[in-house]
Design a protein around this ligand. Structure first.
Ligand code: C2E
Ligand code: CA
Ligand code: CA
Length: 762
């Protein structure tokens, strides 16, 4: 019954939050992975950029060194292709001549540190240090290199088209150009000399005008240039490098880049190192703000997600707790804790079905019990005494009956009991006597000793009926008969009792007549603002002042009207009366109860439109209250009608929320403007901490769904404080006002005449 939607709703909500949790967690993980990937990719790309820049720097330095070598070779080739050089270098005054034209020139123009004059075979003729001839030649240190370089120069290719013939000069086969002049060829390399890198270049001494001067193989000059401060300064300024240094071993210091200088045989001569300028940090500096924004955003997303998940978890667990409780509520009576009508019917249906199928299982007895003159107790001693009496009766019944009996409370002072047994009539009598026994002793309630009796009607199936509803009705009829016979007794149902159905018919007829004669009236109960008690509106409640039986409460005759098909005319009567009676009440809205039957009728919207046209009422002033029973149906028609009402400007309230079938899923199928927390619920919250927690959850849910929450049946200041603390915005209850005739209600909203004048003259 009511349990299903709850359980499902609970699971749905739980699953919903869990899903949302998963979504946030996976989004978080995805973002985290994305961020990690981005950072890694970024790091990687700056690393690659740095690496690339290092290699580029190395290439530039390498090219610089090559260019320096080439410059020396070119300078040598240029200076040494000269007739004078061929003749004078080997003349007796060679030392003197070469001071100006060879050593002086190379030292002054090209900063060549040492020069060697050697034969083609490598033999040393003379050497200079700077511009001067020296004896400290240290030729042995470079002799091998010189021989190799001369050999290399001989292998060097010449630009195509420059060579027109080859002539032999001793050991050397020498190229000649078209003009008949020998072509110069040189070679160079970097070596380690005196502990520092040194460029060493060789070039032949050749005639430039008189080829015949070259007799044998040409002599060579060897130019030696240290990597001195000048080269380093040149390197720094032309390549814009910082802190260039030379070392014999690699630096391997972070932040520095270096180039290994290798000699002809690939051996390391030393390392040039400089402070490298990787682009990574610059990129980082430029992109850092973006990255920071992204990380902030990411942190924001994660934090936001976490907060949302926490909130959802909390709300979900509150909702689940409240749904679990609501599920319990759905099957139990709040005041006595006994199973309720729905629960009872479920059980009865089950037990009866078993017994119908297998007759040998015996009988199912149904005993309908109610407290005699309960209304008098309530009216004279107050609701609290009435409630306590109900609780004590429940307690005694439970204690005096065997544990197998299923005792339930249908509301008010009505208890219904189910017992499995055999023996039909005899057992029914036994049951009746047991029940009567509980009222033998008086009840003591807040100082009052109450002599109260109970009445009881008993039926049993499958003998008397195989239908649970019918069986219950028969027990009810038997109860009615027990009352008629003077109360304080039980009656078994007998066939002739069925005639009392007549009674119901009588009431029906009287109601018809009362409607026709316009004998019914409406009472108005104020609904106040929870904060300051100011009247915000009224709920219109049907009253039937019966000429003989006194005022009959709607709880009694509305069901009769519904069964008799009178609800449509009765409902229309209520609406017409409300629309006309309260039309000019200022600054308040009027709530009207709708029976499920009205909403389910196919022509309801038509009826409403007719009434609006007829009375000229403004729908925006009215709140239509529907019960969960309507939503239970879940038909599209109901939702259509509710939407139609909303479309016309009416507000819709969900009445009696928190008992019975309350399911949160209803709240999602239609956007209600209000929910009204049922008074049985409110009356529980003083004693029941759970009820208070549930109330808070319902109210916060209401706010989330943009609904106002009204607490009904507030009777004590404590209840008011609690519902207010829970967040209810509006309160309806005897603590403030009882329902009152229209004129009294009207007087509450219209200030007395003298006040009006006072206000007007002020
Ligand atoms: P309801 O819609 O829940 O109406 C509120 C009921 O609670 C009213 O009972 C009201 O008098 C009562 N009440 C209000 N405050 C307190 C309080 O502090 N303590 C206690 N113990 N009771 C309080 P009433 O007038 O007997 O109405 C009973 C039910 O009859 C209503 O319950 C509603 O479902 C139905 N009803 C009343 N008028 C109409 C009507 O015009 N049309 C339809 N379809 N149903 C109506
Ligand atoms: Ca109501
Ligand atoms: Ca209600």
């Amino acid at each position: 019954m009511g349990t299903k939607p709850f359980a499902n709703a609970g699971r749905r909500h739980g699953a919903g939050a869990a899903n949302a949790g998963w979504i946030v967690v996976s989004t978080f993980l995805a973002l985290l992975a994305l961020t990690a990937a981005l950072v890694a990719a970024f790091r990687n790309s700056t690393d690659i950029a740095d690496q690339f820049a290092r290699v580029e720097e190395q290439k530039l330095v390498e090219r610089f060194v090559e260019r320096s070598e080439r410059q020396i070779v070119d300078a040598a080739k240029l200076q040494l292709v000269w007739d004078d050089a061929v003749t004078r270098l080997n003349a007796p005054d060679a030392e003197k001549w070469s001071r100006n034209f060879i050593a002086g020139y190379f030292w002054g123009s090209h900063r060549i540190n040492r020069i060697y004059h050697v034969r083609f075979g490598g033999g040393l003729v003379r050497c200079w240090q700077g511009p001067k001839v020296t004896q400290d030649c240290r030729y042995d240190k470079i002799e091998r290199t010189v021989r190799d370089l001369i050999a290399t120069s001989m292998r060097q290719s010449t630009p195509p088209g420059t060579v027109s013939e080859w002539r032999r000069h001793g050991e050397a086969l020498w190229p000649y150009d078209a003009a008949g002049l020998p072509v110069s060829r040189g070679a160079s390399q970097v070596i380690s000399f005196d502990g520092r890198p040194t460029i060493i270049a060789v070039a032949p001494v050749l005639p430039d005008m008189t080829p015949s001067l070259l007799k044998g193989a040409p002599d060579y000059l060897v130019l030696v240039r240290n990597f001195d401060q000048h080269i380093i300064a040149d390197l720094q300024s032309s390549l814009l490098l910082d802190d260039v240094r030379f070392a014999l071993v690699p630096d391997r210091i972070s932040g520095r880049n270096e180039l290994a200088l290798a000699d002809m045989r690939g051996g390391a001569v030393g390392w040039l190192s400089w402070r490298s300028k990787p682009p990574g940090p610059a990129i980082l500096r430029q992109t850092a703000p973006l990255l920071a924004i992204y990380i902030l955003f990411f942190v924001g997303v994660v934090a936001g997600g976490a907060i949302i998940v926490r909130r959802m978890r909390r709300t979900t667990s509150e909702l689940m707790a409240s749904e679990a409780q609501a599920q319990h509520n759905a099957l139990h009576d709040a005041m006595s804790g006994l199973p309720n009508r729905a629960h009872f019917m479920q059980r009865l249906r089950q037990e009866l079905a078993n017994c119908v199928v297998r007759r040998e299982l015996g009988d199912v007895f149904v005993a309908y019990v109610d407290i005699d003159r309960f209304k008098v107790v309530n009216d004279t001693l107050g609701h609290h005494v009435g409630d306590e009496l109900v609780r004590q009766v429940a307690l005694r019944l439970r204690r005096s009956l065997p544990p197998g009996d299923f005792l339930s409370r249908f509301g008010g002072d009505e208890f219904v009991l189910l017992r499995r047994g055999t023996g039909g009539r005899t057992s029914a009598d036994m049951l009746g006597n047991q029940i009567m026994a509980i009222a033998r002793e008086p009840f003591v309630i807040s100082g009052h000793s109450l002599e109260v009796s109970v009445s009881c009607g008993i039926s049993w199936g499958p003998e008397q009926s195989e239908d649970p509803g019918e069986l219950l009705r028969r027990a009810d009829i038997a109860l009615y008969r027990a009352k008629q016979r003077g109360r304080a007794r039980y009656r078994r149902f007998t066939r002739d009792m069925d005639a009392s159905v007549k009674l119901r018919r009588e009431m029906e007829m009287e109601l018809r007549r009362a409607i026709a004669r316009d004998e019914l009236t409406l009472a108005y109960q104020p609904i106040v603002n929870a904060a300051d008690g100011a009247i915000e509106g009224f709920e219109a409640l049907l009253r039937w002042p019966h000429p003989e039986r006194g005022s009959i409460r709607p709880g009694l005759f509305v069901p009769v009207a519904e069964q008799a098909g009178l609800m449509m005319p009765l409902g229309a009567w209520v609406l017409r009366r409300v629309f006309t009676e309260c039309q000019d009440w200022p600054n308040c809205d009027i709530s009207v109860n709708l029976s499920p039957l009205q909403i389910m009728a196919s022509n309801f919207l038509q009826t409403i439109d007719d009434l609006l046209r007829e009375t000229g009422a403004d729908p925006r002033r009215y709140v239509l209250e529907v019960t969960e029973g309507v939503m239970l149906d879940r038909s599209e028609h109901v939702v259509e009608v509710l939407k139609g009402l909303k479309y016309r400007g009416f507000r819709i309230a969900l009445d009696d929320f928190g008992i019975g079938y309350s399911s949160l899923s209803y709240l999602r199928s239609f956007q209600f403007d209000r929910i009204k927390i049922d008074r049985s619920f409110v009356q529980n919250i003083e004693a029941d901490l759970d009820a208070h927690a549930i109330l808070r959850a319902i109210v916060s849910l209401g706010h989330t769904l943009r609904m106002k929450v009204v607490a009904e049946g507030v009777e004590t200041p404590m209840q008011r404080a609690l519902v207010q603390a829970a967040g209810c915005q509006m309160i309806q209850g005897h603590l403030f006002w009882q329902a009152m005739p229209a004129e009294e209600a009207r007087a509450l909203v219209f200030p007395p005449l003298h006040e009006v004048t006072r206000a007007a003259t002020a």
